[in-house]
Design a protein around this ligand. Sequence first.
Ligand SMILES: [Zn+2]
Length: 119
Amino acid sequence: MSGECPVCHQKEESTSHCLIYCSEAQEVWKKTPISCLLLLQRTMTLREWWTQMKENIAQQHHGDFELNILAITCWSVWKSRNLRVFKQTNSSPNVVVESVLKLCNELQCHPQRSSSPNS
Ligand SMILES: [Zn+2]
């Protein structure tokens, strides 16, 4: 990708700008349950940021739910960017976050292993 960001029209568009650092993406990230774990101090490549975020989640003893939020938020930000670019449809950060949470809760409701109660 090259050229001006089609969402904020302020920065050169890159994958990391689009998914993490774009003002619109930040609005979404700030509303997620993992906002306190976000790494936004310096500009990283998407790969660096992803690796650091996963470490951060592990270090703070978070688990699958937070990892799901991380992955699904990336995907949703990307989807909303594409809708804007190709369909001229603007979805507000609230709508994007709502869809993220809905999907994560659905995943949470179907744990891979059902734990049987002891005694
Ligand atoms: Zn932007």
